[in-house]
Structure formats: structure tokens, C-alpha cells
Ligand binder design. Structure first.
Ligand code: IPM
Ligand code: MG
Length: 365
């Protein structure tokens, strides 16, 4: 399997290095052949080549089975216009790979329940998956820009039936493998795109009679995520709403650093932690690598189609947390051990390989 690694900016390189190490260890324990190659994206690419998504990076990504990305964005380019910023590298990458369904799971980890900003009794049992449409809506719709005199700016929210339908199918299928409940989130009381969204999702739902579908307005969903998160199983929503709701859902787990994502449906799958580049803590070996490592687990699940290998990593993450190991962001009060990025990575790699060996031994008898 060929994997392109895009460490990017800020804490991206540190968390990516741990994710790649875990991935390589576990892959070799399961006999999965991995060839990986690093390329530039984001601010790091602008500094070296002038472009946030250089052609060599694009060619390498297109020629691989999956891409694993750290993070993009650096304050150095804050004064740049949106089309020249590091973030544009990520949007171009997403477009080039074609993955339209961005899966962002968020679940209460027993060992971390008390790090959640929510009360234990509200958060306990939360286990949801956000399916975010990733290639449409305001992010990519045209026309966009500024008026000539720069006194106005505009973006276009546009969706076609086909775009809604394809992501809805991914979400319904995901719900079938879970608790069979789908909440489609829109703003159909105001937006035409949301009316189209709701009609299309309802129609697609007829093909999935075993899944219970309901619709919620995005403002109500934002509220329910903090008042009653256990009501959700799969949440399906458009690009910008999904961006906002997934940060909200992620931080419920105690830290944005915990969450992973997979983007599927295109030519090449893309895996990235949900968190950003956190330039304030970059280079200090203190970032939380769990989101990146969990993204590597998703890669093994969806691209390598090896559930046992993915499970080994996910179990190792839980084991390390249960043993009380924490990066600074989830350490909370005193009494917990604070571990570095690389310590967390090494512990997870070792433990995941042990789980892999147990699994292999079990299958050998
Ligand atoms: C995310 C990020 C990106 C997005 C940014 C960095 C362009 O916030 O993946 O959620 O808005 O999609
Ligand atoms: Mg975001």
C-alpha cells in the first residue's frame, strides 16, 4: 500500500511522526506492506515552493492509496487572502482526491469522562459519528470574491441533488453498521440548499428502511450536542455546518486533539486529525498525537480494510489512557502523569503490536 504523508504546519509534523510510527509497527505485525513518502503542504509548502499545494505533492497524492495529513495553517500567513493561505492547500488537496464524505467519530472514552466540559451524567454513553459533506457548499461554491471597490464580499452556497445523494448514501450505510439512527442537519427554515438537502435525504432514506431518519435544524443540533449528546448516532450535514459541529462534538471528549477523521468516496482516501496546527505549542513535544494516531487506525480500517489492525490501535489508545497517561491538554488537575507526544506514540505503538500478536496467535490456533 502506498501512503503519502503530508505533515504540514505547526504540530502537524510531530503528531504525524507518531501516527506513521504506529502505523508502520502495526502494519508489519499484520503483514500489511506499507510504503510511505513525505511531501509538502500548507505554510511549509508556501515557504519552500510558493504554493500551498505544489504539483509534486498533488502527483504523489494521486499516485497513492491513501494520504495521511497532520495539520495546516500558520500565523506567518495570516495576512494572506483566503485563496493564498495555507488552508487553501488543504482545500485543493480535498478537491484533487475527490473524497466527499468526511467521517468524524466522537465518543466518550471512559478514562477521560471527567475531562469533558459536560457533566459525567450528560456525556456518559455518547457515541456519535458526524458525516460531513466535504466538497460542496460555501467552501467551493462560486461565484465568490470581493466587489471591485472591496466594500462587499460574497460566497455561494450551492448543492446539487447528486452531491447530497452520494454523501447521504454513505451516512445511511454507516448508520446501518451502528445504532441505525440518522439525524440530518440543515437550515431548511431559511435556506434553499437546505430544502433540497432535506428532500434528497428523505428520498434516499426510503432505500434504508431499517434506519430511523430525523431532521434537525443546525442551531438546535448545536444545542443538543451539549445538552443531550447521547440522542445522536449518525449526524449527516453539509460542509460548513459539519465543520462547526465537529469541533463542538470533538471538544466534548475533553480535547480537540483526540479526534480522527477519514474522507472517503473519491479516488484516494484522506486521513487527518480534526484538530488544527496549534502553532502556540508546536515543536515542544507536548501536542496530543491521539487524533493523528486514531486517523492511522481509520486508514487501516477503510483503505487497508483490516479491522483487526485498526482495532489493535484503538484498543492501545484506550489502554494507554486507562493506565493514566495523558498529554498536557487532557491532563486536568494534579496527580496524572503528563507525557510527551513521542512518549504517547511509543507506548501506543508497543501496546498495539502486543494486541496484534495476541490477535495473530489467536487466529493461528
Ligand atoms: C477542518 C478544518 C478545515 C476546514 C480548515 C483548516 C480549512 O477546520 O478540517 O475542520 O474548515 O475544513
Ligand atoms: Mg474545522
Amino acid at each position: 500500500m502506498k501512503i503519502t504523508i503530508l505533515p504540514g504546519d505547526g504540530i502537524g509534523p510531530e503528531v504525524c511522526a507518531q501516527a506513521v510510527a504506529v502505523l508502520e509497527h502495526v502494519a508489519s505485525a499484520f503483514g500489511i506492506d506499507i510504503e510511505s513518502e513525505e511531501h509538502l503542504i500548507g505554510g511549509a509548502a508556501i515557504s519552500k515552493t510558493g504554493s500551498p499545494f505544489p504539483p509534486e505533492t498533488e502527483a504523489a497524492c494521486r499516485g497513492s492509496d491513501a494520504v495521511l495529513l497532520g495539520a495546516v495553517g500558520t500565523p506567518e500567513f495570516d495576512h494572506f487572502l483566503p485563496e493564498d493561505r495555507p488552508e487553501m492547500g488543504l482545500l485543493k488537496l480535498r478537491k484533487a482526491l475527490g473524497g466527499f464524505a468526511n467521517l468524524r467519530p466522537s465518543a466518550a472514552v471512559p478514562a477521560l469522562i471527567d475531562s469533558s466540559p459536560l457533566r459525567r451524567e450528560v456525556f456518559e454513553g455518547t457515541d456519535l459519528l458526524i458525516v460531513r459533506e466535504l466538497l460542496g457548499g460555501l467552501y467551493f461554491g462560486g461565484p465568490r470574491g470581493f466587489s471591485d471597490d472591496k466594500t462587499e464580499a460574497f460566497n455561494t452556497m450551492r448543492y446539487s441533488v447528486a452531491e447530497v445523494e452520494r454523501v447521504a448514501r454513505v451516512a445511511f450505510t454507516a448508520a446501518q453498521g451502528r445504532r441505525k439512527k440518522l439525524t440530518s442537519v440543515d437550515k431548511a427554515n431559511v435556506l434553499e440548499t437546505s430544502r433540497l438537502w432535506r428532500e434528497t435525504v428523505t428520498r434516499v432514506g426510503k432505500d434504508f428502511p431499517d434506519v430511523t431518519l430525523d431532521h434537525e435544524f443546525v442551531d438546535a443540533c448545536a444545542m443538543h450536542l451539549v445538552t443531550n449528546p447521547t440522542r445522536f448516532d449518525v449526524i449527516l450535514t453539509e460542509n460548513l455546518f459539519g465543520d462547526i459541529l465537529s469541533d463542538e462534538a470533538a471538544v466534548l471528549t475533553g480535547s480537540l486533539g483526540m479526534l480522527a477523521s477519514a474522507t472517503i468516496g473519491g479516488d484516494v482516501d484522506l486521513y487527518e486529525p480534526v484538530h488544527g496546527s496549534a502553532p502556540d505549542i508546536a515543536g515542544k513535544n507536548m501536542a496530543n498525537p491521539l487524533g493523528a494516531i486514531a486517523s492511522a487506525a481509520m486508514l487501516l480500517r477503510y483503505t487497508a480494510k483490516n479491522d483487526a489492525a485498526a482495532d489493535a490501535i484503538e484498543k492501545a489508545i484506550n489502554w494507554v489512557l486507562q493506565k493514566g497517561h495523558r498529554t498536557a491538554d487532557i491532563a486536568g488537575g494534579s496527580g496524572t502523569m503528563v507525557n510527551t507526544t513521542s512518549e504517547m506514540g511509543a507506548m501506543i505503538a508497543n501496546r498495539a503490536v502486543e494486541f496484534a500478536n495476541v490477535n495473530n496467535a489467536f487466529h493461528a490456533v
